[in-house]
Ligand binder design. Structure first.
Ligand SMILES: Nc1ncnc2c1ncn2[C@@H]1O[C@H](COP(=O)(O)OP(=O)(O)OP(=O)(O)O)[C@@H](O)[C@H]1O
Ligand SMILES: [Mg+2]
Length: 216
C-alpha cells in the first residue's frame, strides 16, 4: 500500500478538497483506497460521512496509532490518502514522516507562496518525494502563471491546476465529487490523478516536466 499525504501548513490551501477528489478518482481507476483524516477540524471525514458511496473507505487514526493502523491496512488497500491540518502539529508531522509521496496544494497568491517554504522544509528534512498542485485558480491569471514558475523551481508540479469552481465547494458540502457533473473539474482531476499514478506506484525520481502553461 502506498501512502499519499496531503500537506501544507497554510490553512485553506485546498488540502481536504484535493484529498477527497484524488480519493474518488483513484477508486474510479480501480485502486483500493482508504482515507485518513488527521485534521481535528475533520473536513474530510465530514465530507465522507455525507457520501452515499462507501468507496473510498475511511478509518480513524491518531498520531500515536497511525503507524500501526497503516500496517494493518497494508494487506487490504493499494492506496492510503492522509489529510493533514494546516499547521506543524504532531498529526501533520507524523503523516509526512510515514508518506511515500507528499502532495502539496497551494493557492497561487503571494501570501500562500511566501508561506510554502515552511512546508517544503519539513518535507525535505524528512527526505520525502513531493509534488505541488496549484489550486483555486481563476483561469490563466498572471498570478497562476507566476505561481507555476515559482513552484516549479522547488519541485515537480502537477500538469493541471485545480480551478476555483463552485462545483468543488458544493462537492465538499454534499459528500460528492465535482467530477460527476463538471467537465472541467473532471478534466483537471483526471490529469492530476494520471500524474500521481505514474509516480506513486514507482520508486523513481519524480520527473520535472516542462511547464505547460496551456493547462495553468
Ligand atoms: N478548487 C476550489 N474551488 C472552489 N472552492 C474551493 C476549491 N478548493 C477549495 N475550495 C474551498 O476553499 C475552502 C478551503 O478548502 P479546503 O478545506 O480544501 O482547504 P484546506 O487546505 O483543507 O483547509 P484547512 O487548512 O482549513 O484544512 C473550502 O471552503 C473549500 O470549499
Ligand atoms: Mg482541510
Amino acid at each position: 500500500m502506498k501512502i499519499l499525504t496531503v500537506a501544507n501548513r497554510k490553512g485553506g490551501a485546498g488540502k481536504s478538497t484535493c484529498a477527497a477528489h484524488i480519493g474518488v478518482e483513484a477508486v474510479k481507476n480501480n485502486i483500493k483506497t482508504i482515507l485518513i483524516d488527521m485534521d481535528p477540524q475533520k473536513t474530510l471525514e465530514m465530507w465522507w460521512k455525507k457520501r452515499e458511496n462507501n468507496q473510498p473507505a475511511l478509518i480513524d487514526a491518531s498520531s500515536d496509532n497511525l503507524p500501526h493502523i497503516l500496517e494493518k491496512l497494508a494487506d487490504s488497500f493499494d492506496l492510503c490518502i492522509i489529510d493533514t491540518p494546516g499547521d506543524a502539529s504532531l498529526n501533520a508531522i507524523v503523516s509526512i514522516k510515514l508518506a511515500d509521496i507528499v502532495v502539496i496544494p497551494s493557492k497561487p497568491t503571494a501570501p500562500d507562496l511566501t508561506a510554502i517554504g515552511r512546508t517544503i522544509s519539513i518535507v525535505e528534512e524528512n527526505k520525502k518525494r513531493f509534488i505541488f498542485i496549484i489550486t483555486q485558480i481563476t483561469v490563466r491569471t498572471k498570478a497562476a502563471i507566476q505561481a507555476a514558475s515559482v513552484l516549479s523551481r522547488f519541485g515537480a508540479l502537477a500538469p493541471a491546476s485545480i480551478s476555483n469552481r463552485i462545483s468543488y465547494a458544493n462537492a465538499m458540502g454534499t459528500g460528492s465529487s465535482a467530477t460527476l457533473n463538471d467537465k472541467i473539474a473532471l478534466e483537471e482531476i483526471s490529469q492530476v490523478w494520471d500524474f500521481i499514478k505514474s509516480i506513486i506506484f514507482s520508486d523513481q525520481a519524480i520527473p520535472k516536466k516542462k511547464l505547460h502553461m496551456d493547462n495553468m
